[in-house]
Every structure is written in C-alpha cells, then in structure tokens.
Design a protein around this ligand. Structure first.
Ligand SMILES: *[C@@H]1O[C@H](CO)[C@@H](O)[C@H](O)[C@H]1NC(C)=O
Ligand SMILES: *[C@@H]1O[C@H](CO)[C@@H](O)[C@H](O)[C@H]1NC(C)=O
Ligand SMILES: *[C@@H]1O[C@H](CO)[C@@H](O)[C@H](O)[C@H]1NC(C)=O
Ligand SMILES: *[C@@H]1O[C@H](CO)[C@@H](O)[C@H](O)[C@H]1NC(C)=O
Ligand SMILES: *[C@@H]1O[C@H](CO)[C@@H](O)[C@H](O)[C@H]1NC(C)=O
Ligand SMILES: *[C@@H]1O[C@H](CO)[C@@H](O)[C@H](O)[C@H]1NC(C)=O
Ligand SMILES: *[C@@H]1O[C@H](CO)[C@@H](O)[C@H](O)[C@H]1NC(C)=O
Length: 475
C-alpha cells in the first residue's frame, strides 16, 4: 500500500521505490530459474563468456566504473566543487597566505535574493547552449526533459550515458531544476554533445523557505486533528487530505514541478512553439542505453501499423533489468499504468493538449504523486485514454534506488550503476542493441487496475490553485 504512513522523503521520483524490494527478490529468484532454463536450451551459445557474467559479483569500485566510461567523459564524473577549485588554486599559488587564511570566506553560495534573480534571468532569457554547434531545433526532433533536484552524483552518470547515445547531437536537452545549485549548474553547462537549456521551477521550497509553497510557520502540522486545527486557526485548517493529514511541502513539490515543467516546455518556451515531435521525460537518477533514441524513434514510426491508439511510448521497465537481452526487439501495448510506466516515457503535443485540458483533474486529485494523478486524468477525463507502447528490453534504467532502501549500505559503492553497465555490455556484445525491426508481443495479462481513491497529501486548496495557475499559457 502506498498510504501516507510510509512516506519517504524523496525528490523527483515516481512511486515504485516502495514496492521494489520484494519484487526485486522475487524477480531475482525467478530470473535465476529462467536463466538456468535458457542456458540448458543453449540459447546463448552465439557469444562467449555470457553465462558466467550473470553469476559474477559485479565490480563496483569507482575504478571499475570509470574503466567502463570513455576517458573523454570522465570530466562529467569528476566532482569539482567551487570550494575545491578555490582551494586548489590557493594551494598552487602558495604564496597567497592571506587568501588561504580567508579561504572559507571566499566562496559564498548565493543567498535567496540572488538565487531568485538568477532564476528569473535564466527563465527569461531561455538561453540555448551549443545551438551554434548543433543547429536550430527541428520541429520533429526529440526533446528530453530531465527533472533535477539535488542528487548530482546520479545526474553525472545520467549525463555520461546520454553522451554516449546514438544521435544525441540532434536533441534538445532541457534540465528542469527545483533547486538552484552552482555545482549542478557548472556540471550542466559543461555538456558539449547537444543543445542544452536550463529552466528553473520558480515556486520551490528553496526560494520560499517561510511561505507557501514552502513551509509557512502558520501552516497546520501534518498530524493535528481538524477540530484542533480550526481552533488554532492555522492557515489550511479546513483542508486536510482524505486521510485527515495536513500538507507537507516537501511532498507536494515534485508534483507541482512536474506539472510546471510540462506546461513550460509545451506551451511557454519560445523554442518549442512549432515543435510537433516527442518530448521524453527523464529524472536525475535515470540512465539510458546507447540506442534509446533509435528505439524511441522506431517505436514512434511504428505506432501507425503496430498500435494506432497508442499515444505514449515507454522506454523503461522496473523489473526486467536482468533479461534485457532476451527481449531486444519486442514491444507490447497496454493501458498506461503509473506504477509501471512512469519512467522514460514520451508523448507529443497531441497527447499533451488532451492532458492539459484535464488540468482540473490533475490539480485537484488528492494524490501527491504526479504519476498517479496522470493515471487519474487518463481514466477519468481523457476521451482517448493513455495507451502505451512499451519496449520490453528497457532502454532507460533507474539507478537511484540507493537513497531509499539501502540507507545503511554504502551507496557510493555504485552497485546499481555497475550492474546496469554490465547488462548493457552483455546486450552490446550479443548484438541486441539497435534492433532492425520491432515485433509486437502479446501483453502479459494485467490485473484490471481498480481505481482507488488517491494517496492523499494533496488536500490543500492552495496547492490546487497554484497547480491550476501554472496551466495558464504565457509564451
Ligand atoms: C575492480 O576493478 C578494479 C579496476 O579495474 C581493480 O583494480 C580491482 O582489483 C577490481 N576488484 C575486484 C574485486 O575484482
Ligand atoms: C567550503 O569548504 C569549507 C571548508 O571545507 C566549508 O566550511 C564550507 O561550508 C564549504 N562551503 C560550501 C559552500 O560548500
Ligand atoms: C592563482 O594563480 C592562478 C594562475 O597563476 C590565477 O589564475 C588565480 O587567479 C590565482 N588564484 C588566486 C586566488 O590568487
Ligand atoms: C544577497 O547577495 C547579494 C549579492 O551577492 C547582496 O547584494 C545582498 O545584500 C545579499 N542579501 C542578503 C539579504 O544577504
Ligand atoms: C516548423 O514549423 C513551422 C510552422 O509549421 C514552420 O514555419 C517552420 O519553418 C518549421 N521549422 C522547421 C525547422 O522545420
Ligand atoms: C502525435 O502522435 C500521434 C501518433 O501517436 C499522431 O497521430 C499525431 O499526429 C502526432 N501529433 C503531432 C502533433 O505530430
Ligand atoms: C493564482 O493566480 C491568481 C491570479 O493571478 C492569484 O491571485 C493567486 O494568488 C494565485 N494563487 C497561487 C496559489 O499562487
């Protein structure tokens, strides 16, 4: 259950984390059996050393991970904070003793006034980096939008994976930030393999620390009873969620940000005014395969003959990591389900326009998850429900699970990243990348997704209103 009792403070995430562990174990056991059977059938005899790879523990040392990354891309993985840059400069200069003594005073992160000024400037200028090198955006190019919070380490790996993707030079890569951080900006601005743009969610908790949408000191505490709240006259006393809890700013931000960025990209940016192609949604802790754009464009072209009613394409799957190479060219189609298809999906303006008309459903549904809200929109409002084409061998992976279930373990050990690298290496070696064609498989039977009441966390009228306000186009 995804009731509010088990909330975990997560930045830009979908919702599968909480269920993953059990699936994971079951999945591993199941896959082990499958793999055994496959080996018996000698399906893999066409390439060498395949079988031992899966049994080997992965080498997740930093060196090993680095060794899988071309050296020209190491710059994206090498942390260089402003602080350290300053320090090393000072140490090199040596003689600058006074500077060294005052070192701590030299770098000041910007204050909120300054951050607001910068955010306004970026959002106003709509600057596109590398446009001169890679040419203007074509109407049918893919736009990739990455929702970024604070997890720079994952973001580094995502960037490295993007850098290695086929045809990446044709995309516009938009980073949508809800946290202004100069190290993250430096990282994004060093990207040199495609056009890049940064947009900044302007209603963040960071820039509204003591007021809505951040935490207003006069907001009702989450667990206070409604009658007490009314006596206390706290701000939102009349609007607890459907489980009787009051708003928590950190949980509402992700949904607001998701909605803001979708509106911003489709309806407000100048550069997308005539864009009719796909917009692919990623998050900071995703990782892409080198053929993800190739597969995406192929799926898009094939909607005509494989699935006319499909209006959303999905490149990620949660549980299939380990049998990637048995499914290289297979796709399936089924109704879009938030918990299954919320990573690495893409749609075009036609789909967006229909979603946008349902803003009221999205913005007033009492669920703080953007993906469940989108599913609600699909089921309750859309004339043509969201119908997904899903590639069975995932091209988008989720590497950010560390933060949730493995708190105790050493997350810097990069276990998931090295696993993904390994899966991709096997796929590459066995010729499973860049399939020549796609085939439709019969979708596995899915349980009828009973529409449940929302997960709560979205009862506050101010949230509904802010969300609706973002829907007004201002191009
Ligand atoms: C992991 O890889 C690194 C670098 O390639 C190597 O030095 C190290 O010995 C390896 N560790 C294990 C346990 O294989
Ligand atoms: C920079 O480094 C100093 C000393 O290590 C530390 O006290 C300070 O908080 C750091 N500042 C930032 C903005 O990271
Ligand atoms: C240290 O020296 C380098 C080059 O010699 C110079 O660019 C830099 O500004 C100096 N840094 C400081 C803090 O003096
Ligand atoms: C914030 O920073 C700006 C520029 O760095 C400075 O002019 C301003 O006084 C600062 N404001 C506060 C409240 O510290
Ligand atoms: C994009 O579409 C617009 C409107 O249809 C058209 O005017 C423009 O020339 C197109 N741009 C490109 C690069 O195809
Ligand atoms: C969006 O994709 C659908 C097929 O999935 C297509 O019918 C429609 O024309 C596309 N819209 C635009 C604006 O290209
Ligand atoms: C929404 O927009 C209206 C009109 O511009 C404004 O009065 C109101 O304060 C906004 N609400 C929120 C929550 O931002």
């Amino acid at each position: 259950m995804r009731g509010r009792r088990i909330l975990i403070p997560l930045p830009n995430t979908g919702s599968m984390y909480r269920k993953r562990n059990t699936y994971y174990m079951r999945g591993i056991i199941f896959m082990a059996i499958l793999i055994f059977l496959f080996l018996k059938l000698q399906i893999f005899t066409f390439y060498d050393n395949h079988d031992s790879v899966l049994m080997e523990p992965t080498n997740d040392s930093v060196d090993a991970i680095m060794s899988m990354v071309p050296s020209v891309l190491h710059k994206f993985l090498t942390p260089k904070t402003r602080n350290q840059t300053l320090l090393s400069n000072l140490l090199h200069n040596g003689s600058n003793l006074i500077g060294a003594l005052n070192f701590v005073d030299l770098y000041h992160p910007p204050n909120i006034t300054e951050i607001n000024r910068q955010i306004a400037k970026y959002n106003d200028m709509q600057l596109v980096l590398n446009e001169y090198t890679f040419g203007p955006l074509q109407n049918d190019s893919v736009i990739i939008v990455v929702q970024v919070h604070t997890r720079i380490t994952y973001l580094r790996h995502l960037i490295v994976s993007l850098a290695q993707a086929h045809d990446i030079s044709r995309v516009l890569l938009i980073f949508s930030h809800d946290y202004y951080d100069e190290d993250i900006n430096d990282l994004v601005q060093t990207i040199d393999f495609c056009k890049v743009m940064q947009i900044f969610y302007p209603y963040s908790i960071q820039t509204h620390p003591n007021e809505f949408p951040g935490i207003d000191p006069n907001d009702c505490p989450r667990d206070i009873k409604k009658d007490h709240a009314i006596i206390r006259k706290c701000n939102n006393a009349l609007y607890p969620d459907l489980y009787g809890h009051y708003r928590e700013a950190k949980f509402t931000q992700t949904k607001h940000h998701w909605w803001w960025k979708a509106n911003r990209v489709f309806d407000q940016l100048e550069i997308t005014r005539y864009h009719t192609g796909l917009v692919l949604f990623l998050e900071e802790d995703h990782y892409v395969a080198e053929d993800f754009l190739y597969v995406l464009e192929m799926m898009y072209k094939r909607t005509i003959d494989l699935c006319l009613q499909c209006n959303i394409l999905s490149l990620g799957t949660y549980l299939k990591t380990f049998n990637y190479y048995t499914y290289n060219s297979k796709v399936e189609v089924m109704p879009w389900i938030s918990s299954k298809h919320n990573m690495g999906f893409a749609f075009n303006r036609t789909t967006w326009n229909s979603i946008r008309k349902c803003a009221k459903h999205f913005c007033s549904y009492d669920d703080y998850n953007w993906d469940w809200s989108l599913q609600h929109v699909s089921q309750q409002c859309l004339r043509r429900k969201l119908h997904a084409m899903i590639v069975k061998g995932p091209r988008v992976f989720h590497i950010g699970e560390c933060g949730v279930h493995h708190k105790k373990k050493n997350c810097e050990s990069n276990q998931v990243i090295s696993k993904v690298q390994q899966v991709l290496r096997i796929a590459r070696k066995s010729g499973q990348m860049f399939p020549r064609t796609l085939t439709l498989t019969v979708a596995s039977l899915i349980k009828k997704t009973k529409l449940r009441k929302g997960n709560g966390g979205w009862g506050d009228k101010r949230d509904h209103e802010l969300c609706m306000n973002m829907t007004l186009p201002v191009r």
